[in-house]
Design a protein around this ligand. Structure first.
Ligand code: HEC
Length: 229
């Protein structure tokens, strides 16, 4: 009698597609890889050196260290500013500032020459209002002027002189006054920021443009008491 041992049974017949196929390739060929691509090759040493040097240069822009005296990238504290402007910069004076502020704010009406325009804008060169009392002049600039006013013998009344108290600082007004008083043949003395500030404070409640009569009340024609020439 035969004992049937199931463990000794021959393997079940495999379907042909699972059976070993001797003709099939035993590995799937992968396409040729470009050598180096995707591999982590060490970076060349020179690249580290170049990057390191670039970082060093960038760092010097913070420390103000002038690289080899070239001042490359110098913009940080202590470094020479990158500038093509001539190094001999002329220091600003009240006169040079005053000229600039005058050009920007006043010359449109009174002209760069300070001659004004006959019949509408009175002249500033030789004007008794410009070379006279400083308080009076500051008052004109701060609050403006309206109505007939006699300047160098001619009467002006067609236009209104605007007020500048809202748009020009005491310092700028002082610079403009200093410039006007020493230009176009004028030779009156300079005006300080404090002098303008005092006039601004004194007439703080004065909101309308001055009239000639109001200005004459501040001071009559004639040089300012501080003008000792
Ligand atoms: C929009 C035109 C205009 C501008 C801008 C102007 N002014 Fe005048 N200014 C006048 C007119 C007009 C008068 C005369 C007003 C009148 O007829 O009552 C005058 C009068 C004056 C006077 C007194 C009269 C004289 O000729 O001395 C002074 C000083 C003066 N201006 C200074 C200035 C200054 C300084 C500025 C600039 C901050 C300035 N003006 C800007 C129009 C202008």
């Amino acid at each position: 009698m035969s004992t049937h041992n199931p463990e000794l049974q021959p393997p079940p017949h495999l379907p042909p597609n699972e059976a070993i196929q001797p003709e099939a390739p035993d590995f799937v060929e992968t396409p040729d890889m470009t050598p180096g691509l995707g591999e982590h090759e060490p970076l060349p040493v020179w690249l580290y050196l170049v990057c390191g040097f670039a970082l060093f240069l960038a760092g010097t822009s913070f420390t103000g260290f002038a690289t080899f005296g070239l001042g490359i990238m110098d913009q940080g504290p202590g470094g020479a500013a990158i500038s093509t402007a001539p190094t001999t910069e002329v220091a600003e004076t009240p006169m040079s500032l005053g000229k600039r502020f005058y050009s920007g704010n006043c010359a449109a009406c009174h002209q760069a020459s300070g001659e004004g325009t006959a019949g509408s804008y009175p002249p500033l060169g030789g004007s008794e209002w410009v070379i006279g009392n400083k308080e009076r002049l500051a008052a004109i600039v701060l609050h403006g002027l309206t109505g007939p006013i006699t300047v160098k013998g001619a009467t002006f009344s067609a236009m209104v002189m605007p007020s500048w108290q809202g748009s020009l600082s005491d310092e700028k007004i002082a610079d403009i006054m200093t410039y006007m008083r020493a230009t176009w043949g004028n030779t009156a003395n300079a005006v300080t920021t404090d002098e303008v500030a005092a006039v601004r404070a004194k007439y703080a409640s004065h909101s309308s443009p001055w009239s000639e009569a109001g200005l004459i009340k501040i001071a009559p024609n004639g040089p300012d008491p501080s003008d000792k020439k």
